[in-house]
Design a binder for this molecule. Sequence first.
Ligand code: LRH
Ligand code: MN
Ligand code: MN
Length: 424
Amino acid sequence: MKLNKEDIQEYNEGLLEFHQEKLAFTKKEVTNAEAIIQKLVDFQIAIPSWALGTGGTRFGRFSGGGEPATLEQKIEDVGLLHALNQASGAISLHIPWDIPKDAAAIKALADEHGLVFDAVNSNTFQDQADQELSYKFGSLQHTDPAVRQQAVDHNIEVIKHGIELGSKSLTVWLSDGSCFPGQINFKKAFENTLESLQKIYAELPEDWKMFVEYKAFEPNFYSMTVGDWGQSLLFANKLGPKAKTLVDLGHHLPNANIEQIVSLLMMEGKLAGFHFNDSKYADDDLTAGAIKPYQLFLIFNELVAGMDAAGMNHAKDLGWMIDASHNVKDPLEDLLQSVEAIMLAYAQALSVDKEALENAREDNDVVVAQNILQNAFRTDMRALVAEARLRAGGALNPIGFYRKMDVRDKLIRERGSKTVATGL
Ligand code: LRH
Ligand code: MN
Ligand code: MN
């Protein structure tokens, strides 16, 4: 199904008066409001194809119905999100969960929905039905060169799919590691992984990047071969300029200072981008901003400062993606909430008076420095985010409109109530 622009407009008209009052108030409070709105209009956050179905835990999965069963339906779902918020104009594919059999047709369909293809993701953390050798003991790190080569070949295949779709980056997340002390030789595992990554890197087109995603634990519980940003950065530095470190917010040990990691990766020109989600305990993949919105803001504060210092384009020069998938919400509503939370944090970061903050830091005025950040975080930016959506042609209240149009019921009627999206 597709949403109608005129219906969105009509819906917005009913909310316009109240919105304008709120906007006028925010503009009094936020001096650079207009500049922020423009940046918000430009900012796009990619949606992963595996977040469109209800996620599961190892204890169970509760399908919500109307889930997309094919890549075409997934594109349709992201198209719905983009029509609602005008900020989800890209989709990221995980291969082989989603194999574009007819790339030209898939590209044309995406184009119809105003979507482009973000990073392509390889998968060597599961065995596929038709796979010759097993990844039970790792993929790129494996002791057997034939397993390593199989995993390298898969990544090269993924790059080929990406080229056909117009993607510009490959994200490599490895579950490689070990579950027990003594199981692997750390140095050999690193060296094997590096050699394998080098073979993949050699196949990257000139204008592509390789995103090396780290994760502290899970599914391996004693060591992960790309376990933290230090290890990822080591790989990225050894690989070359196209390789960078990808930060997934759920992949750290508790209380890690992610904003500091971001700042230093940017200093080194080695930050690839983000997988946004939120967590209370570990890789919970909860809605962005649901648990630690202040942390999300502090991360954006570093991002904006670092990108501005390096003369980077906020919308284009880093990879922005949601990576969340959980059990109890309608995935489309959840993704709308995530995008909103990310936009709010971004808007707050854009409102920070950088010069005043830097002066306070130089003067060691801790109170003023803290206040500058907290004031920005406590400023209600919802009217600016809504205004950006309005100007771009989206809905003032995306979830309100989604419910008013009974989108989920319509999808259930179209696709059935017992659907299981491919993916996690
Ligand atoms: C691993 C991860 C990685 C995978 C995705 C499905 O936890 O974050 O990005 O590709 O989940
Ligand atoms: Mn991730
Ligand atoms: Mn994850």
